[in-house]
Design a protein around this ligand. Sequence first.
Ligand SMILES: Cc1cc2nc3c(=O)[nH]c(=O)nc-3n(C[C@H](O)[C@H](O)[C@H](O)COP(=O)(O)O)c2cc1C
Length: 255
Amino acid sequence: MDVYNIFFSPTGGTFKVADTLAKALSEGACHQIDLTVWHDEMPRCDFRPQDAVAVIAMPSYAGRVPGVAAERLSRINGAGMKAVIVCVYGNRAYEDTLVELHDIAEKAGFAVIAAVAAIAEHSIARKYATGRPDEADRLVLTKYGDAIKRKLLSGDFSCPSIPGNRPYKDGMKAGPVPQPSDACTGCGTCAGQCPVAAIDTNDAAIVNKDACISCMRCVSVCPVSARHIPLAALQMLEQHLEPLCSARKECELFV
Ligand SMILES: Cc1cc2nc3c(=O)[nH]c(=O)nc-3n(C[C@H](O)[C@H](O)[C@H](O)COP(=O)(O)O)c2cc1C
């Protein structure tokens, strides 16, 4: 069985989860379809839906699928391919992310047969869920992959009950916008890698604040660690998250 790993992952946590699951599911080739930096051209997807399964993985932003990721996924034609949907969150909560991802995937022509919620390091407040997914998560995700494979092999293609509400909760309001420090060399990596092209390609200090989705991609790809969100904004967020994020949460499988 081939696996199509379709993901949006600005700082890599969502990809780590999706990759572990995809490898556990795969008995053939594992194709990567990266929706993170996709300015104009649609990634090439030569689906062979009959003998393949898709892993569709998105981070949770304010308990929702990031709008730009939803829009990109909706442009892919699932052609009836079975799909495992995955939401990855920073140990606070994922709220309506999975149910929204289910709806987008089905509308794009995928047939959802399983859902997974997993935890990765909080990409803004990195003191929460630091280092996750860790070894324990990887073991659990591999077991989930085996369980999903058994379901597929048994010929059971039913859609499980998925947690979340419709209508969905309100999505992201404006978030913190990273800025370069004096260490910035002007190499342009952040501008080239920004999922929404919000950074000026000639001057990394010029950011379109309306376009920025606060995904922290620019912070994570900067080769000299020169981009940061303002310290006061980070400390306020950490304080807010402290009671919500501190206790370890575990992965969940809906099958
Ligand atoms: C703008 C934004 C909003 C977020 N909202 C939530 C949230 O509502 N709940 C949560 O637990 N984590 C939240 N997180 C953390 C991410 O879901 C988590 O770190 C995820 O692994 C990021 O994916 P990535 O590493 O693939 O970029 C948020 C992160 C960002 C950047």
